[in-house]
Design a binder for this molecule. Structure first.
Ligand SMILES: NC(=O)C1=CN([C@@H]2O[C@H](COP(=O)(O)OP(=O)(O)OC[C@H]3O[C@@H](n4cnc5c(N)ncnc54)[C@H](OP(=O)(O)O)[C@@H]3O)[C@@H](O)[C@H]2O)C=CC1
Ligand SMILES: O=C(O)[C@@H]1CCC=N1
Length: 271
């Protein structure tokens, strides 16, 4: 597919993640999309570029999406999905990004035979630097998988897995991961202020340091541990900081506990 040939899409839920992906798709050249979103403010940024309707009943007659992207909260799936069951068929794939909701449960709500792909993206999709892991459900054709791959890869990297249970830890690591990185920027900024730096400078430094380090990580052939070592001069300042961050019960253990907690929550949201 060329840079301008994304097929017609129906996006259900245009909140933070659905909106981030839509921004990426529009930047990529999405020509036709209908967005079902009951909150006018949520989709306001896309006015004039997509058709926004408040409910499935208002979808323009004759609109035939090649993909229906389910970007509502997991808790809303049971009440929402049955209204889209009539769209199931060989020419339409359902692409869910809902945390926890599994393929079997979604197919049940969509009439039993729908082609459903469960995917877990992340918000850097808005700048086409997302990372998505996706798993095809039963009956998904190679053409439907290729379409989902085109959509997802147009907003970042994509990895496919066959074992759906992997999506729960994926949700914890890459789905929620941007939040952990943004928290890092927040706490670095606060610590800089504590050390007497002006708030404006503290904010700029924290943002630029996190963003620049991410860019270096993306561009460098070295692994993250080596990039860390490259900053850590023997007997220098960073060594002192890392001795605090890497002590028992600090970052490595805390991250492990955090990822386990999020993975458990994804499993709880299942069904
Ligand atoms: N945020 C993230 O980084 C990521 C989120 N996800 C998944 O994406 C999904 C959406 O999350 P997020 O964008 O954060 O949540 P949001 O609450 O920001 O977005 C969901 C949107 O859907 C709207 N909505 C509610 N009911 C319906 C309906 N029946 N039809 C259409 N739209 C409806 C909501 O309106 P209202 O506010 O009125 O309920 C809201 O605007 C979740 O399932 C989440 O697990 C996946 C990966 C990352
Ligand atoms: O917090 C959540 O449940 C969603 C899934 C991953 C990121 N946000």
């Amino acid at each position: 597919m060329t840079e301008t040939s994304l097929p017609p899409l129906l996006l259900v839920g245009c909140g933070k993640m659905g909106g981030a992906m839509l921004a990426g798709w529009l930047e990529r050249g999405l020509a036709e999309a209908v967005v079902v979103e009951p909150q006018p403010a949520a989709a306001a940024a896309f006015a004039g570029r997509v058709t926004v309707v408040p409910s499935p009943a208002a979808i323009p007659a004759g609109f035939r999406p090649a993909a229906v992207v389910l970007a509502i909260k997991p808790q809303e799936a049971a009440a929402t999905l049955p209204a889209f069951a009539h769209l199931a068929g060989p020419d339409t794939v359902f692409l869910s990004i809902m945390a926890g909701r599994n393929v079997a449960g979604m197919r049940g709500l969509l009439g039993g035979a729908a082609a459903v792909i469960r995917a877990m993206p992340n918000t850097p999709a808005a700048v086409r630097q997302g990372f998505t892991v996706a798993c095809p459900g039963p009956g998904v054709t190679s053409g439907q998988k290729a379409l989902a791959d085109t959509l997802l890869s147009s907003v970042g990297e994509v990895a496919w897995v066959e074992d759906e249970t992997m999506i729960d830890p994926v949700t914890a690591v890459s789905g929620g991961g941007p939040a952990y990185v943004f928290l890092l920027a927040e706490v670095m900024e606060a610590a800089a202020i504590e050390q007497g730096l002006p708030p404006d400078l503290a904010r700029r430094m924290a943002r630029a340091t996190v963003a620049g380090s991410g860019a270096l990580l993306a561009a460098s052939p070295e692994n993250s541990a080596q990039l860390r070592k490259n900053v850590t001069s023997p007997k220098g300042t960073t060594e002192r900081a890392l001795a605090v961050l890497m002590q028992p019960e600090a970052w490595p253990v805390l991250m492990s506990k955090a990822i386990a907690a999020a993975t458990d929550r994804s499993r709880e949201l299942g069904g």
